[in-house]
Design a protein around this ligand. Structure first.
Ligand code: PEP
Length: 250
C-alpha cells in the first residue's frame, strides 16, 4: 500500500515573508494530513527553503531544481551540498517549465537524478508530453523516453527513493486537466516501465498526477489505482486551498 502524497509547487511565487506565513499555517496542515495518513510537502523558491524548513521541520520541503555538479563556475546555480546544509532532502527534476524555458533534457535530468540519489536525496522526477505530442498520439513514446533516459543507471536499491510525477504539459496552469482515465492510463504505463527497470520495487514508487489539480477534482484522481497523489501548482499557494486538497485527497 503506497502512502498518498500531496506536493505544492510554488514556482516563482511568495516572498520570504509570504512563505513564512504559509509555513506557520502548515504546522496545522501537517497535523491534519498526518491524521489522514497523507504526506505533504512544498517546493518554495531557493530563497524561502530555509524559512519554511526551519518553521516546520517535519514538512517535506523540496527545491524546484538543482545542479548536478558539487561546486564550480556555474553562475546562478545551486548545488546539492548547499541544499543539504539547509536540511533539504527533496528536489523536483525536469519540471516542464524547466524543460521548456531552460532547455533541460532527459540527459541533464538524468545527471540530476543520479546526483540526488547518490546524496541520499529524493528526486521528484517530472515527465509529460506537450499538446502537439498528445494530439499526435505520441504520449507513451515520449513518456517512455523521459523515464528510461531520465532514470538511466539508477539501481534497484536507489529506485526506492524515487517519486515520479506525470504532468501533461497541456494541463499545467491551463485549467485543462487530463481526465482521470487518461491520467491513470499513463501512470499505469509508467509503472510498467518502472517494473521493467526495477522489478518489484516499482510497486513501492509513488506516482503523482499534476496539471490543473484543484480541491474540486483531486478526489477523482485519487480513486485510480496507479495515482498516488498530486503535484499541484496554483491551487497549492493559499493555505485554505491546500487544506481543501488534503481534505479531498482521501
Ligand atoms: C505544476 O506546477 O507542476 C502544476 C501542476 O501546476 P498547476 O497545478 O497550476 O497546473
Amino acid at each position: 500500500m503506497r502512502t498518498k502524497l500531496l506536493v505544492g509547487n510554488w514556482k516563482m511565487n511568495k516572498t520570504r515573508a509570504e512563505a513564512l506565513d504559509f509555513a506557520k499555517a502548515s504546522i496545522e496542515l501537517l497535523k491534519f494530513a498526518q491524521s489522514k495518513q497523507i504526506q505533504i510537502g512544498v517546493t518554495p523558491t531557493y530563497l524561502s527553503l530555509d524559512v519554511v524548513k526551519h518553521t516546520n521541520p517535519n514538512l517535506i520541503v523540496g527545491a524546484q531544481n538543482v545542479n548536478a555538479k558539487e561546486s564550480g563556475a556555474y553562475t546562478g546555480e545551486i548545488s546539492i551540498p548547499m541544499l543539504k546544509e539547509l536540511g533539504i532532502e527533496w528536489s523536483l527534476v525536469g519540471h516542464s517549465e524547466r524543460r521548456t524555458y531552460y532547455a533541460e533534457t532527459n540527459h541533464t535530468c538524468n545527471e540530476k537524478v543520479l546526483a540526488l540519489l547518490a546524496n541520499k536525496m529524493t528526486p521528484l522526477y517530472c515527465v509529460g508530453e506537450t499538446l502537439g505530442q498528445f494530439e499526435a498520439g505520441l504520449t507513451k513514446p515520449i513518456v517512455e523516453a523521459q523515464i528510461r533516459e531520465g532514470l538511466k543507471g539508477v539501481s534497484q536499491e536507489d529506485a526506492r527513493h524515487l517519486v515520479i510525477a506525470y504532468e501533461p504539459v497541456w494541463s499545467i496552469g491551463t485549467g485543462k486537466n487530463a481526465s482521470k482515465e487518461i491520467a491513470e492510463d499513463v501512470c499505469h504505463f509508467i509503472r510498467t516501465i518502472l517494473k521493467d527497470l526495477f522489478g518489484g520495487v516499482s510497486e513501492k514508487i509513488q506516482i503523482l498526477y499534476g496539471g490543473s489539480v484543484k480541491p474540486t477534482n483531486i478526489k477523482e484522481y485519487m480513486a485510480m489505482p496507479n495515482i498516488d497523489g498530486a503535484l499541484v501548482g496554483g491551487a497549492s499557494l493559499a493555505v485554505d486551498s491546500f487544506a481543501q486538497l488534503i481534505e479531498n485527497i482521501g
